[in-house]
Design a protein around this ligand. Structure first.
Ligand SMILES: Nc1ncnc2c1ncn2[C@@H]1O[C@H](COP(=O)(O)OP(=O)(O)OP(=O)(O)O)[C@@H](O)[C@H]1O
Length: 253
């Protein structure tokens, strides 16, 4: 599947956040969207999800508008804490991803098998009967990823899936996302952790002040990158320079 952004312009009010942006994504890739606060990462994700409408230009997902393609997209919001006594099991939460037939539909055996399979993919099968409130933040986030997967989504879009989660939990989430991508589901994740992005993604889109620079990092030597980052640069905004220093192909729109 392909997402194509052509001459996209968008602003919340009179001004523009993006002007004539061109960008494309192939679901073969695990794309990490990185960049400083306020750069436009969530705005771009919301445009691709069809929650926001471009002022001009076009976004197409396999030639359909984001609204018409919404069944092909699974959205995982930022980590949201839940009440410890929330009365739903992990399996029930994942089954909610099969609700497209209506809120009161009965789940079939096939639905349940799909939910168990999705829990397997994120390494959470053994927790299927546990209450959703009795999980760690990282485990809960993996359950939400399974819920998005079980809807039959062909691309997952995640807004900072590892915010407020410790390093081990982050690595488990990124490992699951990489495996999901290898099983032919596209993954686009906003990330504030450059280490995770570099270790697990195949492409990085660096967004700042409305411009997007795409880097192919599938052959990046991580140690080379980290040494460039720490030796030559001191700030997150210098990630782009470090990527260029490592000779990563970059493409600016
Ligand atoms: N609903 C809104 N109305 C008006 N302006 C908004 C709205 N949402 C975001 N903005 C502005 O748009 C710009 C881009 O915001 P966005 O949330 O897309 O950035 P971001 O890169 O995701 O930031 P962060 O890393 O802090 O989450 C910012 O200047 C922000 O203040």
């Amino acid at each position: 599947m392909k997402i194509k952004i052509e001459n996209l312009s968008f602003g919340y009010d009179d001004g523009y956040i993006f002007e004539n942006l061109n960008f494309s994504y192939d679901s073969k890739d695990f794309l990490a969207i990185i960049g400083p606060n306020g750069g436009g990462k969530s705005t771009l994700l919301r445009l691709m999800l069809g929650i926001l409408e471009p002022k001009s230009g076009k976004i197409s997902i396999d030639s359909k508008s984001p609204k018409l393609a919404k069944e092909l997209i699974g959205y995982v919001p930022q980590y949201i804490p839940v009440n410890k006594s929330f009365p739903m099991s992990v399996l029930e939460v994942v089954l909610m991803g099969r609700l497209s037939g209506g809120l009161f539909k009965f789940y079939s055996k096939a639905d349940k098998n799909m939910a168990i399979q999705a829990l397997d993919m994120v390494g959470m099968r053994e927790f299927s009967s546990r209450g959703i409130g009795a999980l760690s933040g990282g485990q809960r986030q993996r359950v939400y990823i399974a819920r998005a997967l079980v809807s039959g989504a062909r691309i997952l879009m995640l807004d900072e899936p590892t915010a407020s989660i410790d390093t081990q939990g982050q690595a488990q989430i990124y490992t699951a996302l990489k495996e999901i991508n290898q099983a032919n589901v596209g993954v686009i994740a906003i990330s504030h952790d450059i280490n995770m992005a570099i270790n697990f993604a195949s492409k990085v889109a660096y967004i700042n002040s409305g411009s997007v620079v795409l880097h192919d990092i599938s052959n990046l030597d991580n140690r080379d990158f980290i040494s460039h980052l720490s030796k030559d640069h001191t700030h997150f905004c210098d990630v782009e320079l470090a990527l260029n220093s490592c000779g990563c192909a970059s493409h600016k729109d």
